[in-house]
Design a protein around this ligand. Sequence first.
Ligand SMILES: Cc1cc2nc3c(=O)[nH]c(=O)nc-3n(C[C@H](O)[C@H](O)[C@H](O)COP(=O)(O)OP(=O)(O)OC[C@H]3O[C@@H](n4cnc5c(N)ncnc54)[C@H](O)[C@@H]3O)c2cc1C
Length: 342
Amino acid sequence: MASGLKEITIAGGGLAGLSLGIALRQRGVPVALSEAGCYPRHRVCGEFINGVTMETLQELGIGELFHDARRHRSTQWFVRERKIYDAKLPQAALGISRHTLDQRLAAEFERLGGELRTGSRMAREGREGLVWAAGRRAERGSDWLGLKVHLMDLAMEADLELHIGEAGYLGLAPVEGVRVNACGLFRKRSELKGKGAELLWQYLEKNRLERLAARLREAGRDESSFTGVSAFRFGRQDLDEGPCVLGDAERMIPPFTGNGMSMAFEAAEAALEPMVAYAAGQTRWSEVMVALRERLRMKFRKRMVAARLLHPFLLSVPGHTLLALTARTGLLPFNALFRLLR
Ligand SMILES: Cc1cc2nc3c(=O)[nH]c(=O)nc-3n(C[C@H](O)[C@H](O)[C@H](O)COP(=O)(O)OP(=O)(O)OC[C@H]3O[C@@H](n4cnc5c(N)ncnc54)[C@H](O)[C@@H]3O)c2cc1C
């Protein structure tokens, strides 16, 4: 404790944990971060960062890490292969792969003197000075499956293409160089047995997105970027009142209707002031937890309610019909939805 400040331990080196770690190090707080995996690695994620402000990124001291991120401005939506919507985003979204972003954040954290232990899985506990940013809780009975792969040189119709199928959807968004991230969320189907990207194409076909599957099959791909994830549930995750939780570990918004990456950064920003006050001995840990819970509740409450209502609806047949109808007649409240969910 050479700085005279108390140490903060962080479990989980994803976006919430690393960005909080960086911001704390910039304020001289000693930080030890344990990450179960290692860097760089591919993650199931749309890699489309929407809603976060430059002020938040600067406050966390990570704005520069996005200097070469893609700036996405246009979007097209398709329902069962019919284009229903073509719009400009009210605010540019950032495109960068998790492979690059997580590694940059980890390197920045270490550059600032943070102690990073990779390959180190911590046990969940509620002790003073420990922030639990280890992502969503595993839920065995979940019927959702997320799949992602990077494609090469895919001709795009817009910066972000969103393809909605019968019981799932796929987003296409360019990241670095010629790479386009293809990431989807589907209701699980046990009869599909494909391996790697083939499994993703099978899910598209079963969701009545056959033409899209054929288009993506033809593109070059980086098979090593293929990743899949299941066993998650949306909404509040921290039901046991134990550790101080942040990011997906605290609440997970359905990705179609929310911006989990932006929320991870915003959560880290919300945690910063109480954590610095604790490190300086100005407040007790129990007070930090109460203050943080309240800040996160106020920040995310509306978004979570809207997403919980919209997510099942937009992935249902009546939802598709309404979406197509409102889009065709110019009544889709795209900008209002965008504001509500960001
Ligand atoms: C299919 C899908 C698509 C998505 N698309 C988007 C999108 O386009 N845009 C968007 O904004 N959001 C998207 N998200 C959400 C986004 O990925 C998450 O909200 C975001 O990654 C949350 O960051 P986090 O730091 O809380 O958790 P994570 O990024 O999950 O990081 C948690 C870290 O903790 C580590 N860990 C786990 N257990 C332990 C342990 N016991 N000890 C130590 N370390 C541990 C993990 O290895 C991991 O590195 C998507 C999610 C899914 C499932």
